[in-house]
Design a protein around this ligand. Structure first.
Ligand code: AMP
Ligand code: MG
Length: 421
């Protein structure tokens, strides 16, 4: 039987990705930064808590603290003698005995002898008693421990709070502050150099002459790298001139951890780019069984790793997203969160020819019954950058898959923050 799915000379996507991941080095240099500067940085050490959070048992309410044992009547009101107050940052110093209670504010330390708090709304203050003291009547029964926040209930002393390799989120920065940690060790930032090749490319702001187009890849890629908290070195549009290409690659290799070039990796077109790269390092030119993005180059230069992305804007973006971003994540030492994938019905027919793995652009939404559906963004041409702008997910179709009809199940991969908000 003829294997109609075979794709001669094409490198399967998974193999391309694992080849790349096996070859990229991870940064080793670290630096100490203030937690205010730590957003999106990658932790170089395990973070263990130096203390319990919260550090002491405290009240979750404004009210009165007491020992539950002091309630002699378990079914109706109880009255206790008020002996003092515990404020946040100004704890009650004495001990609360049976029959006594202490006024307490939210976050204030639970006085010695107390194990329960009642909120003030469920209490009545009885003043002017013969003994001259205030008494508090508790109107409702209580369970021991009510309205108490226990020491260490959020984080225990010495507990591992964050693993090495965690990329710090906004919340993580707050958690570090709650531990009293002013600075953290993080891995140094990566630098990626961007080179666009193509004599037809003009920068926005320049004027187009016949046959020209505006260069967009370096803008998309720079923005994606910014989302990854990576420094970008933009080397601009390099003309198809051997010396210019050589100079650009040598400069990029000196100054960056990785180089992204776009364009000029298709068969028969890689002229100077391929010649120069072959002279400078060890680069493989692949045809990957993925769509968009068949032509792709990857390898090592003396000081950096090289990603030769296809020129078409969708191909450049999707190959950067699916192949280069995982590599950069590894280079950053960042623990990789697996992308979210879902099996959902397609609302539209999907055209697909067997042979390559497709990353079609889809819009995931819910219908009136709150069921998820995906629909194609339409024209899937590799130059149609708006297909990515309209989408919120990839419809990931395996290489051997053929056409799909509406209502069949497909796998979608949600866009992550690298290419969306
Ligand atoms: P290439 O891979 O160089 O054959 O380019 C494939 C297509 O992508 C051509 O239509 C190019 O004009 C276009 N292209 C290449 N580089 C860029 C770029 N930096 N920005 C936008 N389009 C590009
Ligand atoms: Mg070109």
């Amino acid at each position: 039987m003829v294997d109609c799915y075979s794709a001669p000379n094409l490198l399967p996507f998974e193999q391309a990705l694992s080849n790349i991941l096996n070859q990229v080095p991870s940064v080793t240099e670290t630096e100490e930064v203030s937690i205010s500067e730590a957003l999106n940085r990658v932790l170089a050490n395990v973070t263990k808590s130096p203390l319990n959070v919260p550090p002491h048992n405290n009240s979750a309410m404004d009210g009165y603290a007491f020992a539950k044992e002091s309630f002699t009547d378990q079914n109706s009101a109880n009255t206790l003698t008020l002996i003092g107050r515990s404020m946040a940052g100004e704890p009650f110093q004495g001990e609360c005995l049976a029959g006594q209670c202490v006024r307490i504010m939210t976050g204030a330390k639970l006085p010695k002898g107390c194990d329960t708090v009642e909120m003030q709304e469920n209490c009545e203050v009885v003043n002017n008693q013969a003994d001259g003291l205030s008494h508090i009547t508790f109107l409702e029964p209580k369970e021991q421990g009510d309205n108490v926040r226990y020491a260490g209930e959020d984080i225990k002393e010495n507990q591992v709070v964050f693993e090495q390799g965690r990329k710090l989120s906004a919340i993580d920065v707050g958690v570090l502050a709650s531990l009293g940690v002013p600075t953290v060790a993080v891995y140094r930032k990566l630098t990626v150099a961007l080179i666009s090749t193509g004599d037809e490319l003009k920068l926005p702001g320049e004027s187009l002459t016949e046959g020209d187009i505006f260069e967009s890849n370096s803008f998309t890629l720079a923005a994606m790298l910014e989302k990854l908290n990576i420094n970008v070195l933009k080397l601009g549009v390099i003309k198809d001139d051997k010396q210019a290409i050589t100079d650009a690659f040598i400069k990029a290799d000196k100054e960056a951890d990785a180089i992204f070039s776009s364009g000029g990796v298709s068969v028969g077109e890689a002229d100077y780019t391929k010649e120069v790269l072959d002279e400078l390092g060890d680069i493989s030119f692949w045809k990957i069984a993925m769509k968009p993005g068949k032509p792709f180059a990857f390898g090592k230069l003396p000081n950096s790793v090289f990603f030769g992305l296809p020129g078409n804007p969708v191909s450049a973006t999707v190959t950067a997203h699916m192949l280069a971003v995982p590599a950069l994540t590894k280079m950053q030492n960042c623990i990789n969160a697996a992308p979210v994938k879902l099996r959902v019905k397609t609302a539209t027919n999907i055209r697909k020819s067997p042979g390559r793995m497709d990353f079609q652009r889809g819009i995931l939404s819910t219908n009136e019954q709150s069921e998820m559906l995906v629909s194609s963004t339409g024209n899937q041409g590799s130059g149609v950058l708006t297909s990515l702008a309209k989408a919120n997910c990839y419809i990931v179709l395996p290489a051997e898959q053929g056409n799909i009809s509406a209502n069949e199940l497909v796998t979608v991969q949600l866009f992550d923050s690298v290419i969306q908000h």
